[in-house]
Design a binder for this molecule. Sequence first.
Ligand SMILES: Cc1cc2nc3c(=O)[nH]c(=O)nc-3n(C[C@H](O)[C@H](O)[C@H](O)COP(=O)(O)OP(=O)(O)OC[C@H]3O[C@@H](n4cnc5c(N)ncnc54)[C@H](O)[C@@H]3O)c2cc1C
Length: 393
Amino acid sequence: MKQHQLSQAVEAAHIAEIRTAVRQLCRRYGEDYWLTLDRNRGYPTDFVRELTAAGFLTVLIPEAYGGAGLGLREAAVVMEEVCRSGAHAGACHAQMYVMGSVLRHGNDEQKKRYLPAIAAGELRLQSFGVTEPTTGTDTTNLKTTARRDGDVFRINGQKVWISRIEHSDLMVLLARTTPRDQVDKKTQGLSAFLVDVQTAVGNGLTIAPIDSMINHHSCELFFDDLVVPRENLLGEEGHGFRVILDGMNAERILIAAECVGDGRYFIDKASAYARERVVFGRPIGQNQGVQFPIARCYAEVEAASLMVEKAAELFDAGEPCGAEANVAKMLASEASWRAGDVCMQTHGGFAFAKEYHIERKFRETRLYQIAPISTNLILSYIGEHVLGMPRSF
Ligand SMILES: Cc1cc2nc3c(=O)[nH]c(=O)nc-3n(C[C@H](O)[C@H](O)[C@H](O)COP(=O)(O)OP(=O)(O)OC[C@H]3O[C@@H](n4cnc5c(N)ncnc54)[C@H](O)[C@@H]3O)c2cc1C
């Protein structure tokens, strides 16, 4: 019992240290930095470089390859604190979850080739190419093909909403290597590839940025006979869905952690403003009509945070965590959205002034009820896989 309490205390101290260090780094990139990037559609190159140099973006890389060798629990804390500081973590979060696919499914050769360079900040693995315009959430129905031709694969098709590709050296790409009507299960016959983005552009890969609601650097991709060497296959041919799925659980847990960070950001801002803003001769927060919604958001975000911790601990222990990752993502994205809405309401008209930063964060946190997976699809997962009800599609 005492031993258990001691290890819990050590764990808590270690998490607190990470929080403090990330907060200090983020303080150097204030909210005006993010506002300017949002206005100019810029990429936070300095911030990402510093976060990588400090070892925070590569926490998941084992020490043998130059990383910190920590788990998703620590990675989640990094992303939470980045979001709580007022930053937009969408510019950099992917390296953490795409990494899971390489760590779990990459062969020794791939790990030796890529991981030390990623840990050193020389190579950016920031892009994850799954979604397609005609099939959307129906991932296993995707139309992009990879045809074997001797020692290479030839890739043809289209992807949409592929984020950070212009700021990435490597992308994990999902394509169909065996037609769907030639496999027993629709999840079979898909393969994952590590694509060298820099050499691909202009040689079979065309990138078209999408003008979107938030500064997420998302693009459309067009593949016209892009040649990818066979050694860039990630995991076994035909088993790419498994490779992507492992990355997806990590992604959901990390996004949920970002939502907890967003939620805490909104609650910090709303409660501070409610204490200071005086109308009718008293702080608006003295009115319970203003106070209670903020208090409710606090309770919701705290509950979501516990679910994020649980999912991350299961992931780190190598246990199944699909249900927990999905539940954490749904609860946290809904809690952060409600906190954003309450924060807007608390600030009244000033919420609309860009210099208050709330409207930017409000736009940014809205994404997470749609991407990387929408709430309906999470409910469907819970209904079918957790509660055993009939599959609806
Ligand atoms: C800013 C941004 C960044 C993104 N970055 C990436 C990225 O880097 N890589 C990548 O691969 N993808 C990325 N995406 C894509 C994202 O993962 C998808 O948008 C998301 O999975 C939803 O797919 P869809 O847009 O095709 O919606 P659709 O699948 O068309 O669904 C539309 C709506 O219908 C609902 N729906 C669909 N089918 C059902 C059903 N059977 N039952 C109930 N409801 C249903 C959905 O819940 C959703 O609300 C990004 C998207 C955005 C907006």
